[in-house]
Design a protein around this ligand. Structure first.
Ligand SMILES: *Cc1c(COP(=O)(O)O)cnc(C)c1O
Length: 410
């Protein structure tokens, strides 16, 4: 039974907040992977606020950097240098391995992608190139340009007329990309691992072919690393598993561990296209946001968290595989990279997600039938074992109803 406070909060929420989401619990407090709701129930957080709080909740380094910097200066605008932004840019360029690259800072993933698209278009302007090929099932954000770039119809409904110049190819099918190339194409834009689309990693060969295609045609490769970046997959960016380099990278989600910040990083050929007046932002790259981001990156380095994400990702994946082996009739697959993992069901995922939440494990339902597991990259073996126990129990308990559901759908 919910207590009065939770009921009151949800009533006021429903009265005054637009119903774009349908939350059920009020999260009040978090430490590491643990979060507590208003009724005092404890959960293990495998959502990380949608792949954002990669260092977990209330990380002391993050709290300290917010307290210290907010006591000094929070915001000054980009009319002035600030003493942190250049060093965050330097750090991100190093992490991205884009030689002599430069950064532009903004506040969210959609904004980073919007800026990345604008930069590509301005680069192609003199050659009259402006078309961008993106992938089906991709997700790039909710602004008009980024929802148009997104390869899913559900985000576009009701918003036309949409900006022109976006075309969608089959992910992991190089022929389908080639078919869309023409003299107006300026770029190919893709996620190294599709997140919202259902945790689908790019095939090695496909990603290489896309890079070769871009080189051959003299066009740009834009990589949306908003979800897969900042250590989530065991590398700074997902594309680094593939041994290729994009021309522009966007990042956001994990970059501020919950403090809003995004960025795009362009290689040396593109780094001076945007001149004064071409692009801008009031809030992007504030001293406060940059101090938090620098703390995030330093913590990942100091605590060897890339390695932890990789190791714990394989451990979690192998334990999930053994759970799946006893429910093969209705669980199809486990896939992902590092700590970006999807459990692919043959049935809708809602019941499993709800059951896990009852037990005390928070996960994200994606693409209708996929359970998305994106725990903080500080995760320990004990926390993996606890989550696996919940998942094992939930799967056992749901076995009959899932098989029933499978029969009905046939
Ligand atoms: C979440 C996400 C975005 C959008 O980021 P917002 O911060 O919600 O605007 C863009 N691309 C990918 C791959 C994402 O996962």
């Amino acid at each position: 039974m919910k207590d009065l406070t939770t009921i009151k909060i949800s009533n006021v929420h429903n009265k005054y907040v637009m119903p774009t989401y349908s939350p059920t619990i009020v999260l009040e407090k978090g430490v590491g992977l643990k979060v507590w709701d208003k009724d005092g129930k404890e959960y293990l957080d495998f959502t990380s606020g949608i792949a954002v709080t990669n260092l977990g909740h209330s990380h002391p380094n993050i709290t300290k950097s917010i307290l210290k910097q907010s006591d000094k200066i929070i915001h000054s605008s980009n009319l002035f240098f600030n003493e942190l932004q250049p060093f965050l840019a330097e750090t991100l360029v190093e992490c991205s391995e884009l030689d002599n690259g430069k950064c532009f800072f903004c506040n969210s993933g959609a904004e980073a992608n919007e800026g990345m698209i604008k930069l590509a278009r301005m680069w192609g302007h003199n050659q009259n190139r402006y078309e961008i090929i993106t992938m089906k099932k991709s997700f790039h954000g909710r602004t008009l340009a980024t929802l148009t770039a997104t390869g899913q119809d559900k985000v576009k409904k009701g918003f036309d007329p949409l900006p022109k110049g976006f075309f969608h190819a089959e992910y992991n099918n190089i022929k389908s990309v080639e078919e869309l190339i023409n003299s107006r194409t300026v770029a190919i834009m893709m996620e190294s691992i599709q997140g919202e689309g259902g945790i689908i990693p790019a095939d090695q060969d496909f990603f290489h072919q896309v890079r070769l295609l871009c080189d051959r045609e003299g066009i740009l490769l834009l990589c949306d690393e908003v979800q897969s970046g900042i250590g989530r997959t065991g590398k700074w960016f997902g594309f680094q598993h593939y041994g290729i380099k994009p021309d522009i990278i966007s990042t956001a989600k994990g970059l501020g561990n919950g403090f809003p910040i995004g960025a795009f990083i362009a290689n040396s050929a593109l780094s001076n296209i945007f001149q004064p007046g071409a692009h801008g932002t009031t809030f992007g790259g504030t001293p406060l946001a940059c101090s938090v981001s620098l703390a995030v990156i330093k913590t990942i380095k100091d605590d060897c968290l890339l390695q932890n994400a990789e190791e714990k990702g394989s451990l979690l994946m192998s334990k999930l595989n053994s759970v799946v082996s006893s429910h093969k009739e209705w669980i199809d697959d486990v896939r992902g990279l590092g700590l970006m993992i999807g459990l692919v069901l043959k049935t809708p995922v809602k019941d499993l997600q709800r059951k896990l939440q009852e037990k005390g494990l928070l996960c994200i339902a994606t693409a209708g039938n996929i359970l998305r597991l994106v725990p903080p990259i500080i995760i320990t073996n004990e926390e993996i074992d606890r989550a696996i126990n919940y998942i094992q129990e939930a799967c056992d308990e749901l076995d009959e109803s899932m098989l029933e559901c499978l029969k009905d759908s046939k």
